[in-house]
Design a protein around this ligand. Sequence first.
Ligand SMILES: Nc1ncnc2c1ncn2[C@@H]1O[C@H](COP(=O)(O)OP(=O)(O)OP(=O)(O)O)[C@@H](O)[C@H]1O
Ligand SMILES: [Mg+2]
Length: 283
Amino acid sequence: MHVLAFVNQKGGCGKTTAAVNLAGTLASARAGGARVLLVDLDPQGHATLACGRAPGPGGSLLDVLRGSATIPDAWLEAPGDLKLLPAGPELAEFEDDAVRSLEPERRLRDALEPLRGQLDWVLLDCPPRVDGVLTANALAAADTSVLVVETSAFALQGAVRARELLVDSPWEFDLRVLATLFDPRTRIAREVLVALHARFGPRLFETAIRSHARLREAAARGLPVEVLSPRSRAAADFRALTGEVSALLRPDAGPRALVPGATPAGGPRRGPASTGRRGSVIP
Ligand SMILES: Nc1ncnc2c1ncn2[C@@H]1O[C@H](COP(=O)(O)OP(=O)(O)OP(=O)(O)O)[C@@H](O)[C@H]1O
Ligand SMILES: [Mg+2]
């Protein structure tokens, strides 16, 4: 079982889209039909909605964090052969609970432990903050934290700050960076991608998720794009990412340890993305 958390303090950068659609692709028969659990850690409940579901009588992530339900009590079947641990606005109550609890940030990690033999992948969709007890639960449980970065102006500054906050967290995980909402026709997006390569080197996934209207449509219909439109370019992006993510399970799959304070080596590797100039997007 490998646990991936999708994080960034910036809102709207594509965390939920990445988590839901990567989950759908990992679980698809075409990619080998892995056993995948998607966990919604955001009181906005967007991952739950993007699967067309709502918390059921078995409860939600809040019940799991409070210890009144197990994960299998509360999980739901979701489109694309996914298991979904849903959330809704009530999840925000856990912020208050946490003040009175001992080690509240370890709850999810502990609840996942008995499922080790039953799941291949657990994908955690975080709220738009890097502090807070919900994201802390994700970081504590994660083998890999994926910093999701929209390829737009000022994104790199935000990503560098988010990385600092993640490195300062007491949890140990592998850190990766995923570029999203990439529009190769715009200079700013190409510059940001080059800058991300320069800053994060081999920690940046080779696959950048491009901007696709089909991903918005899939969310609106409550389906992963692999289910809605498996032949689309959007689905192809997520299959490419699935290939890279699957390599995380191999011990020789690139950088592993997160070294606080280290600047990853490496530079731009993707020819078409290179603009040959460095602009103000590079802090
Ligand atoms: N690659 C993409 N192409 C087109 N639209 C996208 C893409 N990624 C995300 N979107 C759209 O952008 C909006 C924000 O995406 P998403 O909800 O995934 O971001 P988020 O980081 O999870 O936001 P929040 O911080 O509020 O949780 C949504 O409407 C989503 O459908
Ligand atoms: Mg989200």
